[in-house]
Design a protein around this ligand. Structure first.
Ligand SMILES: [Fe+2]
Length: 325
């Protein structure tokens, strides 16, 4: 039996208490299997098993929860079901340097929303990583801020894919003025310590297969993917802010604004991803042609193709060059 079912960590769930009201975010002293009331310690040891003292030869120490390897990277807990894989931090060293200024491990998760998605997880990854569609479905939300034609992608790497979404000149100017004003009651406070380049764009990161981050000057958006089957995905869309943002007297309102913005463009993405999945069912399906603005898709599929062959991207061939020198 699943001892951490949906709702675990919410108020009212035995032994666990909610934090932040966010899904899958809480704390507990013990794991309780509510079926026969066996309880386990946090390290997986069986603590109590009612009436089992009458079972002949039963030894409590023979039963414990299975353990898996974990690694904390920039505040995110990764679980590795393959105990023999090389450490994650080794492969993502360069990505860590790219993200260092954001101090992810100290950020606060302030918005989280779960979505039940009727499409394949790769449809979402592709959608997250290319910004060509800003000029289509996002023409009212993201395109006015980060026009599709200005977006570009860095060179091919073994373990991650990175794209840049520069702000339009007027947006960049407005942001500079806002930052100088030091009055952060009308929008989220900037993340301290970012470079001028980081203040002038959103950045997209994919550590395939499923680790997705978007960075902005005032927030980081993290999408957690849980594929449930070929045509179903549980998705958690979140927003993280630097601790200084919480100090704003207006924070509750700013958070509500940010949540509304995230939902607005994500609903647009839900619409197109759902329609793409319907297209994948079509008997008349045919291969299209990618735009240069969709380079991350091409890199993602090169990653998948390499992994299917049991190797990694750039093994045995030169890395594809960056779209900017
Ligand atoms: Fe989108």
């Amino acid at each position: 039996m699943d001892i951490m079912p949906q709702g675990f960590g919410y108020e009212g769930h035995t032994m666990a208490e909610a934090r932040n009201g966010a899904p899958d975010c809480g704390h507990t002293r013990l794991f309780l299997c509510s079926y026969h009331a066996w309880t386990f310690e946090l390290d997986g040891r069986l603590k109590a098993s009612p009436e089992m003292h009458q079972a002949e030869g039963f030894c409590r120490d023979d039963f414990f929860l299975k353990s898996f390897r974990t690694e904390v990277w920039q505040g995110f807990v990764f679980v590795n079901l393959n105990g023999g894989a090389p450490p994650l931090a080794e492969g993502l060293g360069e990505m860590r340097a790219d993200l260092e200024a954001f101090r992810l491990e100290g950020m606060k998760l302030v918005i989280a929303r779960e979505w039940d998605c009727p499409f394949n997880w790769k449809v979402l990854v592709e959608n997250f990583m290319e910004s060509y569609h800003h000029l289509g479905i996002h023409h009212k939300t993201l395109q006015p801020m980060m026009p599709a034609r200005d977006t570009w992608t860095e060179q091919e790497r073994r373990f991650y894919i990175r794209a840049h979404l520069p702000y339009k000149d007027s947006v960049r100017e407005a942001y500079r003025t806002f930052e100088k004003s030091a009055d952060f009651s009308s929008a989220l406070a900037p993340i301290p310590g970012l470079s001028d380049g980081q203040k002038a764009e959103w950045g997209l990161f994919l550590a395939p297969p499923t680790f997705l981050l978007a960075t902005a000057p005032d927030r980081v958006i993290w999408y957690r993917l849980q594929p449930l089957g070929p045509e179903r995905l549980r998705l958690l869309t979140t927003t993280l802010v630097a601790p200084n943002a919480l100090a704003s007297s207006n924070f509750a309102q700013l958070r509500a604004q940010a949540a509304e913005q995230l939902t607005a463009f994500h609903l647009e993405d839900m619409q197109v991803c759902t329609a793409v999945q319907r297209g994948l069912y079509a008997r008349g399906w045919q291969r299209g042609r990618l735009s240069h603005l969709e380079m991350p898709l091409w890199l993602f599929h090169r990653f998948l193709a390499a992994r299917i062959r049991g190797v990694w991207p750039t093994d045995g061939y030169p890395a594809a060059p960056s779209q900017r020198p």
